[in-house]
Ligand binder design. Sequence first.
Ligand SMILES: Nc1ncnc2c1ncn2[C@@H]1O[C@H](COP(=O)(O)OP(=O)(O)OP(=O)(O)O)[C@@H](O)[C@H]1O
Ligand SMILES: [Mg+2]
Length: 231
Amino acid sequence: MNVLSTQNLKKYYGNGENLVKALDGVNLDVERGEFAAIVGTSGSGKSTLLHMLGGLDRPTEGKVYVDGKDISDLKDDALCVFRRRKIGFVFQSYNLVPVLNVYENIVLPIELDGNTVDKNYVEQVIVVLGLSDRIHRLPSQLSGGQQQRVAIARALAAKPAILLADEPTGNLDSRTSQDVLGLLKVTGERFGQTIVMITHNEEIAQTADRIIRIEDGRIKSDSGRGGDYHA
Ligand SMILES: Nc1ncnc2c1ncn2[C@@H]1O[C@H](COP(=O)(O)OP(=O)(O)OP(=O)(O)O)[C@@H](O)[C@H]1O
Ligand SMILES: [Mg+2]
């Protein structure tokens, strides 16, 4: 069963001379439990694709299905709730709430949804991400890599069915990157999560089950599309 699916997905920005075809006809199917890496040069459309998959932005044309449901049909409020229940995001720009401390940031989405925090699990995530002695700090008191780890912890804390991560290890040293990837893999398997991760790092991409290469808003190659696919 495909948990994520796009049909002829297009996202254009601007118009006339300033028209940018950030996505230009993407057809992608991701099965439940898959761990896929999206690779491509800067500006190729990776973040745009991730935002579309998570319903953060609406397509210019085409469809996005999550669990078989066409999310372009959802009204803004419904889309927001749907997103919070199903999807965990790690953004390229962390998006931590500056006035909340590390722990509060991590559990915020769970509380927003009126759910109980699984304290043991959250504690485990915090330990693995090496944030235990920083939980009372504000984001502004953290390094870039630490903020990135908080963003990852926040995404994992709610055990989302789908985890969409934009360069989750972009600011981490290689040792920490490997630890974080290990954590993503383990939690992914334990909770049957589907993970789609953007990375610039070829070594990190190789740890995924599948590598999708994007160029100029189109899929250039896909190692998981019924074997190898090349455009
Ligand atoms: N809000 C926007 N308005 C106009 N153009 C945009 C907007 N967002 C993205 N773009 C353009 O769309 C294209 C794809 O952008 P996107 O952010 O998806 O690239 P990316 O592959 O994530 O790059 P990077 O690796 O640098 O993060 C780029 O040419 C970018 O300039
Ligand atoms: Mg990007």
